[in-house]
Design a protein around this ligand. Structure first.
Ligand code: ZN
Length: 365
């Protein structure tokens, strides 16, 4: 579509818009007409952009496939005999048909995206995927959904079955509208009230303790909130959907922004909390990660999604000390960037800032 759009826009700007704009310095009345000419062009370009398949998204292929694809494209446009040029076609195939690797059946992967101060994770099994929280809103124009989550989902070629929004705070749902718009098939599971703006975009179900499902041999179980928690009109943090993901050998626990009271309830209620990997509740706030909760979960690895020099001081030093006392390895997004954990290699967390480190990158002290 870019070829057609440029074929129209370049002559229009060159031959109509620019001369009229310059003549406008002598005849200011022409500027009205110039503005209209820009308006007509924008309308045509918008129409072209909205056509189905105007933009084709393919998963991000490795460098070699990209290089081979560029060679193929070059061959096709060079003035060579057609027998030679046609060799370019098969060279395009790796980059066009590339599929991102998926976890094996019975295994799962948790990717905590680099969204700053907020939660935004992608959980994938062999044939299924979910987003758990969609990251924060950055400003009135920008949020982690269209800046981070949607590009990530596109790069991985991921089609979501479900979007889980732990609770209504904007550091968890700021990017949700963008993710839901890109993933029209995804179901919504959340603790949002029925009248919430996002429920209008995608009517969803409420998270309720006891809900469970199985994807490719991996079990998902909601541990919190209970029906009476909704009735009690608790603060949003206290309603955070808490999700346990397990394949029987390895378990991950995603706890949103639950605080000490909910942690105590979960421990007292005998919820199956023990996990290999814990998404540190409430970004490492002092209100959460109580001793009893950490002893019950007893993870070996913990992920903190927090912003670099965030104003809340997350993760708090006393909280980090509780993890250190228990020999729990803590990874945080300012140092680690995007964090990937795989159940097949359960004692490792892959830090994107380390694997993709370049000499010009800032080293977070
Ligand atoms: Zn939060």
């Amino acid at each position: 579509m870019g070829l057609l759009a440029n074929g129209l826009a370049i002559p229009w700007v060159t031959l109509v818009v620019t001369p009229m704009a310059m003549l406008g310095t002598v005849l200011p009345g022409l500027w009205q007409l110039t503005a209209a000419a820009i308006g007509w062009m924008s309308a045509v370009l918008q129409f072209l952009a909205d056509l189905p398949l105007a933009v084709l998204w393919v998963p991000q292929a490795p460098l070699w496939a990209g290089a081979v694809g560029v060679m193929g494209g070059l061959l096709l446009v060079l003035r060579l005999p057609w027998q030679l040029r046609s060799i370019g076609l098969p060279l395009l195939l790796p980059v066009l048909l590339w599929q991102a690797p998926q976890p094996p059946v019975g295994e799962f992967e948790v990717l905590a995206a680099d969204v700053g101060q907020g939660n935004g994770l992608i959980v994938r099994t062999r044939h299924h995927a979910m987003v758990y929280d969609a990251g924060p809103r950055f400003s009135s124009e920008s949020d982690a959904g269209h800046r981070v989550m949607v590009p990530l989902l596109r790069a991985m070629g991921t089609k979501l079955d479900m979007v889980v929004l732990s609770h209504r705070d904007s550091d968890h749902v700021g990017g949700a509208a963008a993710v839901l718009a890109q993933q029209p098939q995804a179901q919504l599971l959340s603790s949002l009230e029925p009248g919430h703006m996002l429920q209008a975009l995608r009517p969803g179900r409420s998270c309720l303790a006891g809900q469970s499902w199985r994807w490719d041999g991996v079990d998902f179980l909601v541990l919190h909130p209970r029906p009476e928690d909704y009735a009690a009109a608790l603060r949003p943090n206290a309603l955070s959907c808490t999700l346990r993901i397990s394949n029987g050998r390895q378990t991950a626990l995603l706890a949103g922004d639950i605080e000490q009271a909910q942690e105590t309830l979960l421990v007292a209620g005998g919820a199956p909390l023990r996990a290999t990997l814990l998404l540190v509740p409430h970004h490492g706030s002092k209100t959460s990660s109580s001793e009893a909760f950490l002893d019950a979960v007893s993870p070996s690895l913990a992920l903190v999604q927090s912003g670099y020099r965030n104003r809340f001081g997350h993760p708090a030093d006393p909280v980090l000390a509780r993890y250190a006392d228990r020999q729990i390895l803590v990874f945080d997004s300012p140092h680690c960037g995007a964090m990937t954990w795989r159940s097949v290699d359960a004692q490792q967390v892959q830090c994107h800032r380390q694997t993709a480190l370049r000499y010009w990158h800032h080293r977070v002290p």
